[in-house]
Design a protein. Structure first.
Length: 523
């Protein structure tokens, strides 16, 4: 073995990879069992042979992915050099959203400067970019950071709220006080003191159990080496801990299920958490400033998403309510459901404040508009005139330079349903019937036909607001080869395709996966 310190390992890895590798990067590999931890008495050492083995397998990923997905894979667009903190920078992480792309992908195509990787620019400062499938607003935020005017449209009112909260200007001091008031309200809300005592004892029992059966880095390293049957071991230890959990529930007379299950909030939250949610939301509704009220509601929405009675691995796609302790495939130990929203609410509240401050330093003084409506029929000129007359003059004078968006993938996500908790809480009207290509319609021939026509209808409606020589970029997983038909139906032609690997997926499925960025131009 060739044991070195974390700092020495970072220097060695930087030389090996010819790029900066920080000590925190090495610590991450140790923490998640990618390389084995050595040493003791507070001194962590790693084996350079182990580290080299990891980096060799990491660097060979490009080769293996191209073997499975094709040599036309554009590895530059994988952004594999980035850490999660880069791809979820500032306000991009104010609220989870399934199916969104990373900001660096938007930046690559709308950036007004060339670099070593991109020889061509498609937009210039002062241009207007349109995203007719707004989602959580990634294109809007990157346009603000880049210095390009932008317009986002979405049929979902909640999606528009997410994007608006990210893009808004805030009186930071006022917002900070409003956040503190919200948190103080929950701290003073004590309807059931048994919950705190119960959870403290449960955490103590979990810590003891996990330290014996899932000893941190060592266990994760064993899992990563695939040296034993993780699933079999997980089931065995789940059963072993369950009686301890059940004994504590009985000791503290903890009630898990709510009396009714008519709504999403009834079904997916433990009774105590639901009572806390209702209390905090009542406090938020008393806030007089609309922008502040919306961002507080978004903090609560982000909180309750994380506090649903489900496993950590299934947060993105709910299966069945999880009311017992369970083996967590994400954290590699026995975890528990959340009985209170207090910890998460505090964490996300202060995280939101810091992200808003960070983005305020980066954003440029350009216009943006977020419109709730159907992109197949919406009158963009009319809506912008109502919302922002100054921006309307610019828009009518120069028109929109192009589109960058990720249309929904046919039959993969029900976009309203993924935020059902928020619609239930906030009272927004759901418009599931206006979604294009939703999961509930499947992926059959008729679903594909409707999808292709729906995307084409969007492009045809938006085309009237575009410049003559526009550039349209559509990020798609086109496994049914629908986009040539979509281009034809919308009176456009495909001039280029960029096939990129999608490396960082939230689902447990880690099979090689790619998507295509289609570049459309007018015929």
């Amino acid at each position: 073995m060739n044991l070195v310190s974390i700092f020495e390992a970072s220097k060695w890895a930087s030389a090996l990879l010819n790029k900066e590798v920080l000590p925190t990067n090495i610590s991450y590999l140790v923490q998640y069992g990618k390389v084995k931890k050595h040493g003791g008495n507070g001194s962590t050492l790693v084996d350079l042979n182990d580290l080299k083995k990891y980096y060799d397998s990491y660097r060979s990923r490009e080769i293996s992915w191209k073997e499975r997905l094709g040599n036309d894979l554009n590895w530059t667009l994988s952004f594999d050099n980035l850490k999660e903190v880069d791809t979820t920078k500032h306000v991009h992480r104010l609220h989870p959203y399934k199916g969104k792309y990373i900001p660096q992908l938007v930046e690559y195509f709308i950036d007004t400067h060339t670099d070593n990787f991109k020889k061509e620019t498609y937009f210039k400062p002062g241009d207007i970019v349109l995203d007719p499938f707004l989602g959580s607003g990634t294109t809007i935020i990157q346009s603000l950071e880049t210095g390009i005017h932008s317009i986002g449209i979405d049929v979902s009112e909640f999606n528009c709220m997410i994007a608006s909260c990210k893009a808004a200007h805030y009186d930071y001091e006022y917002l900070q006080q409003a956040v503190k008031k919200m948190l103080a309200s929950l701290n003073s809300f004590e309807h059931d003191n048994k919950i705190k005592d119960f959870e403290n004892e449960l955490l103590t029992e979990l810590a003891k159990f996990n330290s014996v059966h899932f000893p941190g880095h060592g266990f994760k390293y064993k899992v990563n080496q695939k040296s034993f049957d993780e699933n079999k071991f997980a089931i065995e230890k789940e059963r072993e801990f369950l009686p301890i959990y059940q004994k504590l529930l009985k000791k503290y007379s903890i009630k898990l299920k709510q009396d009714k299950s008519l709504s999403f909030l009834d079904k997916w939250f433990i009774e105590n958490a639901r009572k806390e949610i209702d209390h905090v939301f009542k406090t938020i509704r008393q806030e007089k400033d609309i922008k502040t009220r919306k961002i507080l509601a978004l903090i609560l929405s982000r909180t309750i998403r994380s506090c649903r009675a489900t496993t950590h691995s299934d947060l993105a796609t709910l299966k069945v309510p999880q009311l017992t302790t369970y083996y967590c495939y994400k954290h590699k130990k026995i975890c528990k459901p959340l009985f209170s929203i207090a910890t998460m609410l505090n964490r996300y509240a202060f995280d939101t404040l810091s992200r808003i401050i960070e983005f305020s330093r980066l954003r440029k003084p350009v216009h943006y508009s977020i419109l709730a409506g159907d992109s197949r029929t919406i009158n963009i000129f009319e809506k912008i005139e109502e919302q922002n007359p100054e921006f309307s003059k610019i828009l009518k004078n120069q028109k929109i330079a192009g589109i960058f968006c990720s249309p929904p993938y046919v039959g993969q996500i029900d976009y309203h349903e993924q935020h059902a908790y928020a619609y239930d809480l906030l009272g927004f009207k759901r418009k599931d019937d206006l979604e294009i290509g939703p999961l509930y319609k499947g992926q059959g021939l008729e679903a594909r036909r409707l999808y292709a026509q729906g995307i084409a209808d969007v492009l045809n409606n938006c085309k009237q607001y575009l410049k003559n020589d526009f550039d349209v970029f559509l990020v798609a997983n086109d496994k049914y080869n629908l986009y040539p038909e979509i281009a034809e139906k919308s009176g456009m032609r495909i001039v280029n395709q960029f096939k990129r690997p999608v490396l960082n997926r939230t689902e447990r499925d880690r099979n090689p996966y790619s998507e295509i960025i289609f570049h459309f131009k007018p015929i």
